[in-house]
Design a protein around this ligand. Structure first.
Ligand code: BGC
Length: 763
């Protein structure tokens, strides 16, 4: 334990501001904590399950999950679902298409004594506590176990997935005998009896254990991926490990004779490799090499490397709040998951909707990435933001195939993207109609370029996305008799209206996208002739296409103008039925969608999530305060927030409208989405878009940063909540880093790594 207190530079007396705690075990909350305590390093992610597993919670249950609305679906596995995910390792579900594979469970470390196994539900346990230290991503569990033979054992489990040595998972258990004597057996396993959404995606699982101290599991997935897990065991007492492999489990068992006062430490070091890794060489030999290198570095050395990596991540990403400890901890929990879920070294993957902390959304990529997550990465780690956009560039061919499948030219990004960019959404409503994703990606592309100044990205990659998506839009629009073009049969961000006419959000985003395509073509033509000529050739751009893009952008109808009082969500929004919310939604702790049939919902004025308000957030300069207020006053009461993407948007708008009470209320709700034990929010994984939403609520809302999309310099209009005496964070902006410090009546912007102070002002 002592070494965990030696993280240089981090305040170690601030546990309550850095540690997510579970005090007291409640079986009903276990699954929630499994999600919340997910550990990872971008390369691999493991849910926060107990090392020994749970009784009555089989992990190899087989069933067929059907296409459904994930928000409303009743999930399986009420008690526990272990999860081990490596972004990029996917397989095919017969009904639901591509899904990330839940890999073999590598954490297995069981304690046995007098024929009984330590089991959180069945054993006599006292003094239980568990906490995830967000500073270094270490998960700790401490408890006293009264064994069936009457020994009192104090057990401390610790583990982390190394942030520095990406293939390593490091764990250990320390046992101290408080009273009694007897035998303790430790059983270390690598278990292949794991199913993903009820499917067995493994073609073969081969366990092996060498007498001595190592065990391995070689897995071949249906998709043809090889995963190699290799563990080495070390004990503080002499022991002979016995092989105990069964079926698809590799296991070693060692026995220790203990008496009062004894202390025993058993460590398990696991290396995981796959055939998708970017390193050269076979999976087995690389895993062995990783382990032998790790043993050379030693436990302390490994931990130091790991914490140094976390420390540098926190240095750029932390948000420091003075005056609200709860908010401080909650914000750090979100940032922790954003840091963990990011894999900036690999542009073949992005960040999936559950942050690689659960099976629910199949490991797929949504608009969440571009609209909810990107701003955090843009301003804390631009390289990670670039990687997310490169993923979209790399999957352009998949988007081209999507367009072709629907009978269009160009590229149409998938509502739920696979690794190759092809549409995976099994529900027609979203797959066919939620087309705004294609324009959201272009918005994100420009957001990246404007925040970083990386103009070259447009020339090298962006232009392909722009031209191909513009082609798609020109095919997707319908021209009306007035000579305008329209987008019909559209689902906007609000997923409770599937087939609307001219959704304001979608049309504005598409107009933006087409306009930027024209601007980009023009600017390349005038100042980068070589790049322009190469793009013309590569993309086969016909001379009349630029004019078609321009004309379509110009004529694309928006269902509002600057004089509109309440911007309508779509042309036909007013024609939907009013909803008797009080009569229908009788229990507000559950989603509205549980109280109404889909058929009725689809013809009613009940929003699942922010739609017009999302539009106003992305184009703030286009909507005067009166329009923003009118939209907020009209839509907020009819918005159900059944989607976790909704609340943060409302919180930002409430701060912009100077409604501190409402803003504070939304802030609490945002923080509760993953952390509330009442709702067991994280059980199916982390709502990673909401983590990004919380960052935006603080930075764009409370600190009032003007988006880099529209502002060339750092400008703030802070409105701190009551009680917050200081808010401080780093900001990457146009290639420089700044520290922003906001007080209730003033803020400062300091340039870092350079000349220091740049601008400061008193409000
Ligand atoms: C929301 C979508 C979101 C998806 C994944 C749905 O419930 O309505 O906007 O993209 O979840 O987070």
């Amino acid at each position: 334990m002592e070494r965990y207190r030696r993280i240089e530079g981090l305040q170690m007396n601030e546990e309550h501001l850095w540690c997510l705690k579970e005090s007291g075990y409640e079986a009903g909350l276990h699954k929630h904590y499994e999600g919340l305590f997910t550990q990872g390093n971008g390369y691999m992610h493991v849910r926060g399950s107990f090392e020994e597993g749970c009784s009555d919670a089989p992990q190899d249950e087989e069933y067929l999950r059907f296409p459904d609305n994930v928000t409303l679906e009743k999930p399986r596995h009420p008690k526990s679902k272990q999860g081990t995910f490596i972004p990029g390792i996917v397989a095919q579900h017969p009904l639901l298409k591509e899904e990330i594979v839940n890999l073999p469970y590598m954490l297995g470390l069981e304690l046995w004594s007098a024929g009984g196994r330590l089991d959180m539900d069945l054993s006599r346990i006292s003094g239980y506590s568990r906490w995830l230290d967000l500073r270094d991503g270490c998960l700790h569990r401490s408890l006293i176990w009264e064994t069936p033979g009457g020994m009192l054992l104090k057990c401390n489990f610790e583990r982390y997935i190394s942030m520095a040595d990406k293939h390593l998972c490091i764990q250990r258990v320390q046992v101290e005998v408080l009273a009694g004597e007897g035998r303790l057996e430790v059983r270390a396993t690598l278990r292949g009896d794991v199913r993903t959404n009820g499917m067995n995606h493994f073609d073969s699982v081969v366990p092996s254990a060498e007498v001595g101290c190592s065990l391995s599991l070689e897995t071949l997935t249906e998709g043809g991926n090889q995963i190699f897990m290799h563990s080495a065991l070390e004990a503080s007492e002499a022991v002979i490990w016995h092989e105990e492999n069964t079926g698809v489990t590799a296991a070693l068992r060692g026995e220790f004779a203990l008496q009062a006062g004894d202390r025993l430490t058993v460590s398990k070091l696991t290396a995981v490799t796959t055939d998708r890794d970017m390193e050269q060489g076979g999976t087995g030999s690389r895993a062995l090499a990783q382990l032998s290198r790790a043993r050379d570095i030693g436990w302390d050395g490994l931990y130091e490397r790991h914490t140094a990596s976390w420390k540098s991540k926190w240095q750029h990403a932390d948000i420091i709040i003075q005056g609200d400890d709860l908010a401080q901890l909650n914000v750090r929990a979100s940032i922790y998951h954003l840091l963990r879920a990011n894999r900036e070294e690999d542009d073949r993957v992005a960040i999936c909707a559950k942050g690689y902390a659960g099976e629910a959304y199949f490991g797929r990529y949504f608009w969440d990435t571009e609209i909810n997550l990107l701003p955090f990465y843009l301003h804390t780690n631009p390289q990670a933001a670039r990687n997310l956009l490169l993923f979209r560039y790399n999957t352009l061919d998949g988007a081209r195939r999507n367009a072709q499948n629907y009978g269009y030219r160009g590229a149409r990004y998938a509502w739920e993207s696979s690794l190759s960019g092809e549409e995976q959404c099994a529900n027609w409503q979203y797959a066919d109609h939620e087309i705004h994703i294609t324009a959201d990606i272009v918005y994100a592309l420009y957001h990246y370029v404007r925040a970083t100044g990386d103009e070259e990205f447009l020339e090298r990659y962006g232009i392909d996305i722009l031209v191909e998506t513009a082609r798609y839009w020109c095919g997707r629009v319908d021209w009306n008799r007035e000579g305008e073009c329209e987008l019909l049969g559209v689902m906007g961000p609000d997923e409770y209206l599937p087939l609307t006419r001219n959704n304001a959000f979608t049309n504005r985003m598409v107009k933006f996208s087409l306009e930027q395509t024209v601007t980009c073509l023009d600017s390349l033509m005038s100042s980068k002739q070589d790049s322009y000529a190469a793009a013309v050739e590569r993309l086969n751009i016909r001379p009349e296409e630029r004019e078609l893009f321009r004309h379509t952008a110009e004529k694309l109808r928006l269902p509002y103008d600057s004089g509109t009082d309440v911007v309508p969500q779509s042309d036909d929004f007013a024609s939907y039925a009013d909803v008797d919310f009080a009569g229908i939604w009788t229990d507000r702790s559950r989603p509205f969608g549980h109280f109404i049939s889909q058929e009725r919902n689809y013809r009613s004025k009940a929003l699942k999530q922010a739609d017009v308000l999302e539009l106003m957030l992305l184009f703030p300069q286009e909507f005067p305060r009166e329009q923003l207020k009118a939209a907020y006053d009209y839509y907020e009461p009819i918005t159900t927030h059944d989607s976790s993407l909704s609340v943060a948007v409302h919180g930002i708008v409430a701060t912009w409208l100077n409604q501190p009470e409402a803003a504070a209320n939304f802030l609490q709700r945002v923080m509760a989405i993953d952390l509330s034990t009442e709702k067991k929010g994280a059980a199916e994984g982390i709502h990673i878009a909401n983590c990004g939403g919380l960052w935006q609520l603080i930075v764009y809302g409370l600190a009032g940063l003007k988006s880099a999309m529209w502002s060339g310099s750092i400008e703030l209009e802070p409105r701190l909540p009551e009680g917050w005496t200081e808010l401080s964070f780093q900001l990457a902006w146009q290639g420089e880093r700044y520290r922003i410090t906001v007080h209730p009546d003033a803020y400062e912007v300091h340039k870092l790594e350079g000349r220091g102070y740049v601008a400061g002002t008193t409000l």
